[in-house]
Design a protein around this ligand. Structure first.
Ligand code: ADP
Ligand code: 5GP
Length: 204
């Protein structure tokens, strides 16, 4: 066996980006938090923390839920090329810090992004191997009820989120998978199954 060597034996396989997208109130945060509370998933996937100019909601922590930035700092970082993608979503700016994502991918880790449909498109154009998952609530009425119950937005912001949701739903067909978040445990299981199946597939 001395005369046989395997080329690239030590070359690390690059990680893959997984995007969870869908209208505000469809349950992306609830589902991805459930997903990452599972030990098995934590080994497979690391979450990218976005930057935003939105003020923190009750219970949200800087560096854990988002990096909360002033508009001036956000725009400075945007122009300095700090973001893989960034968008104005509703009333605020949101962006995916590039360096962390690239570092994770290089070291073979898969990275989860929970971002809006416009930002998602930018990412998958740059990274065509991206796994794209769209989360839907059963209806717009359900979204409205859930957002009212969440009680984190003003009436004006809520109306804007609902009218945007109508447009965003048209994008669902561009995704690899669409999951309807009606019953939470079922939707969470489906999300986990899809991600594990895709990430553990060879040659993806
Ligand atoms: P998003 O991150 O997409 O804006 P959230 O995860 O914040 O949505 O969910 C919006 C609200 O709906 C939250 O109050 C959450 O607790 C609730 N919620 C999420 N999924 C379900 C579900 N399957 N059934 C009932 N309520 C849900
Ligand atoms: P929220 O204010 O409810 O946390 O998020 C509002 C919207 O912004 C959601 O659709 C969420 O997925 C999206 N979002 C969060 N982070 C990012 C990001 O880094 N980039 C983009 N484009 N959208 C984001």
């Amino acid at each position: 066996m001395q005369n046989i060597t395997r080329n690239n034996a030590k070359k690390k396989r690059k990680g893959r980006i997984v995007i969870i997208s869908g209208p505000s109130g469809s349950g992306k945060t609830t589902l991805h938090e459930r997903l990452l509370s599972c030990k098995k998933m934590k080994k497979v996937l690391v979450k990218s923390i976005s930057a935003t100019t939105r003020p923190p909601r009750k219970g949200e922590k800087n560096g854990r839920d988002y990096f909360f930035l002033s508009e001036k700092m956000f725009l400075y970082k945007k122009h300095a090329g700090h973001f893989l993608e960034s968008e104005r979503v509703f009333l605020y700016y949101y962006g995916t810090p590039n360096k962390n994502v690239q570092d994770h991918l290089k070291s073979g880790r898969n990275v989860l992004l929970c971002i809006d449909v416009k930002g998602a498109k930018t990412v998958w154009r740059k990274h065509p191997r991206t796994l794209k998952i769209f989360i839907k609530a059963p209806s717009l009425d359900v979204i409205q009820k859930r957002m009212k119950k969440r009680a984190t937005e003003s009436d004006k912001d809520l109306a804007l989120r609902l009218s945007t949701a109508r447009k965003e739903l048209k994008e669902a067909k561009k995704y690899d998978y669409v999951i309807v978040n009606d019953e939470l445990s079922r939707a969470a299981k489906e999300l986990e199954t899809v991600i594990l199946k895709e990430l553990l597939l060879k040659n993806n």
